[in-house]
Design a protein around this ligand. Structure first.
Ligand code: HEM
Length: 468
C-alpha cells in the first residue's frame, strides 16, 4: 500500500524502486551504514558529470542567440563548431557518461574494472572539452587537436571501464547490447574527430572536408548518441510506463539494424564509395522501427503521461522532422543557401529537439533518483524524489524549448534571422529555467541540508522515517 506525501500525493514505493531501475540498492544495510570513501566517490561521480552537463547546456543556450547569423551564413565556422561541441560533448556526452557509470555496473551486475580511473577520466574530459570548445571558437587548430587528444584519452578510459562490463552481456539484454555498440561508436567518432583536427595541420586525409565532417558527425550523433538513447529508453520507458512487461523482440532487431546502418553510412561517407542514400534510408527505417516499438509501449501504458513522457514524445516528433530534413538534404544542391539552412535545421532538430528533449525528460526521474541513493549511502537526511524536484516549472521548460526549436528551425530554413533568433531566445529562456531548477536538485548531492518543505515534522518518506 502507498503512503501519503505532505502534498497529498500518493507515494508508490514500487515506483520509487523503479526510478532506480537496475541500480545498486542504496537500501543495503551494509552500504547504508558503512560506505567506504571509494564507494561514495563512485556514487557521486555521475552527479559530477551531470553538473558538467547542465553547466554546458546553460552556456550553450546563452551563446546560441548571438550565433544565429553565423549559422545562417555557413554552419561550418569556428563559433558554430564550438557551439556544436558545447552541446554534443559538454551537455549530451557528459549526461550519457554519468548515466552509464551508474547504470552499466548495476545492469550487468559487474563492478567497474578500474574505478580509480573514473575520476581521472572525468577531469580529462572537462579539460579536453573546454580546450576543444575554446580553441574551435578562436580557430586555433594545434591547441584544438591537443585538446581533442585529451578527449580521446578520456573516452578510451571510459571505454576501459564500460566494455569489460558490457562485452559479457552483449546480446543478453537490449540495453547492454545497444550501449556496447554505442561506446564503440563513441571511440570511433572521437578518434575521427582528432584526425580531422590533425589534418588541418598535417593535411594527410583524402576526401572532401564536408563528407569527412558528415562521417564524423553521423557516427557520433547516430552511433553514439542515438543508439544510447534507444538502448536506455528501452530500459527506462517500460520502467516508467509498463512495470513488469517484456519488450518485444523487435527492439533488439531495431538496435542491430541501427548499428549496421550507421556503420554503412559512416563507411559510405568517409570512403566516398557511394551508397549514402541507401544507408540513409536504412538509418531512417531503423529509427522508424524505434518509434513503432515506443508507440506500442505508450499505447499499452498503465501509467499517466507525465512530463518525462511528454519530453520523450516531443523528442520523437523532432526525430521524425530531423530524419525528413536529413533525407531532403540528399536532393538539395550542396552548398546552396537552402542546403545550408536545411543542414542547420537538421542539426538543431536532432540535437536540441530529439536528444535534448529526451535528456531533460529522463533527468526529471534519474537525477533526483541518483541523489536519493547517494544521500542514503552518505548517511545524510533522506529526501524523496518529489522533495528534490520542482515540477511546477516543467510545463514552461517544455513549451519554451519546443516552441523555440520550431521557430529556430523555421528561421534557418526560411533564412529569416529574426525568426531564428526569436527561437534561440525561447530555447535559452526555457533552458536557463531548466538549468536553475536542476542545479538546485543536484546541489543536494553536495550538501546534507534539506529543502525547507522537507523539514516538516510530519512528513512521511517511503522506506521509513527521515533522520534529522
Ligand atoms: C568525442 C570527441 C570529439 C572530437 C575530438 C570531435 C572533433 C571534431 C572536429 C575537430 C570537428 C571539425 C572537423 C573539421 O573541421 O573537419 C568536428 C565537427 C563536428 N562534430 Fe565533432 N568531435 C567529437 C565529438 C562529437 C560528437 C559526440 C558529436 C555529435 C553528437 C559531434 C558532432 C560534430 C558535428 C555536427 C560537427 C560539424 C559541426 C559544424 O560544421 O558546425 N562531434 N568535431
Amino acid at each position: 500500500m502507498g503512503l501519503n506525501r505532505l502534498d497529498g500525493s500518493r507515494v508508490d514505493p514500487h515506483r520509487e524502486e523503479r526510478l532506480h531501475a537496475g541500480l545498486p540498492s542504496p537500501r543495503d544495510p551494509e552500504d547504508r551504514h558503512h560506505p567506504s570513501a571509494g564507494q561514495l566517490r563512485l556514487a557521486r561521480l555521475p552527479i559530477h558529470f551531470f553538473a558538467v552537463a547542465v553547466t554546458s547546456f546553460g552556456l550553450g543556450v546563452v551563446a546560441a542567440p548571438s550565433l544565429v547569423d553565423d549559422l545562417l551564413d555557413f554552419f561550418y565556422q569556428p563559433w558554430p563548431l564550438a557551439l556544436t561541441h558545447t552541446f554534443t560533448l559538454g551537455w549530451i556526452t557528459a549526461t550519457m557518461m554519468g548515466v552509464m557509470y551508474r547504470y552499466v555496473p548495476a545492469l550487468t551486475k559487474r563492478q567497474l574494472r578500474f574505478p580509480r580511473l573514473a575520476s581521472l577520466q572525468l577531469w580529462l574530459f572537462i579539460v579536453g572539452v573546454a580546450g576543444m570548445v575554446v580553441h574551435l571558437a578562436i580557430g586555433r587548430w594545434i591547441p584544438t587537436w591537443l585538446a581533442a587528444g585529451v578527449v580521446v584519452v578520456s573516452v578510451a578510459l571510459f571505454a576501459l571501464n564500460m566494455l569489460p562490463c558490457l562485452i559479457p552481456s552483449w546480446r543478453r539484454g537490449v540495453a547492454e547490447t545497444g550501449m556496447f555498440a554505442a561506446v564503440f561508436y563513441l571511440l570511433v567518432a572521437a578518434v575521427l574527430g582528432l584526425l580531422l583536427a590533425l589534418d588541418k595541420t598535417l593535411d594527410f586525409l583524402g576526401g572532401s572536408v564536408i563528407t569527412n565532417l558528415a562521417g564524423h558527425a553521423h557516427l557520433a550523433a547516430l552511433g553514439w548518441v542515438s543508439l544510447t538513447i534507444c538502448a536506455v529508453s528501452y530500459r527506462m520507458i517500460p520502467a516508467f510506463l509498463l512495470p513488469g512487461v517484456e519488450l518485444p523482440r523487435a527492439a533488439m532487431w531495431q538496435l542491430y539494424g541501427l548499428t549496421v546502418a550507421v556503420a554503412g553510412l559512416g563507411v559510405a561517407l568517409l570512403g566516398g564509395i557511394g551508397g549514402v542514400p541507401i544507408w540513409s534510408v536504412a538509418v531512417m527505417l531503423a529509427l522508424l522501427a524505434y518509434i513503432v516499438v515506443l508507440g506500442g509501449l505508450v499505447r499499452n501504458r498503465r501509467m499517466p503521461i507525465d512530463w518525462t513522457m511528454r519530453h520523450a514524445l516531443a523528442g520523437v516528433v523532432h526525430l521524425v522532422l530531423s530524419t525528413g530534413l536529413g533525407l531532403s538534404l540528399l536532393r538539395i544542391d550542396t552548398g546552396s543557401a537552402l542546403w545550408n539552412g536545411v543542414a542547420g535545421a537538421y542539426g538543431v532538430f536532432g540535437l536540441l529537439g530529439w536528444v535534448t528533449n529526451f535528456i531533460i525528460g529522463m533527468s526529471y526521474q534519474l537525477f533526483p533518483g541518483f541523489i536519493v541513493g547517494l544521500r542514503v549511502a552518505a548517511g545524510w537526511p533522506r529526501l524523496s524524489v518529489a522533495e528534490l524536484s520542482l515540477p511546477r516549472y516543467r510545463p514552461f521548460v517544455f513549451f519554451s524549448l519546443n516552441a523555440g526549436v520550431l521557430l529556430l528551425t523555421s528561421g534557418l530554413i526560411a533564412a529569416q534571422v529574426m525568426l531564428a533568433r526569436l527561437g534561440a531566445v525561447s530555447v535559452a529562456i526555457g533552458g536557463l529555467v531548466y538549468v536553475t531548477v536542476t542545479a538546485r536538485t543536484l546541489s543536494y548531492a553536495y550538501r546534507p541540508s534539506v529543502p525547507r518543505a522537507a523539514s516538516h515534522p510530519l512528513r512521511v518518506l517511503p522506506g521509513g522515517p527521515s533522520r534529522p
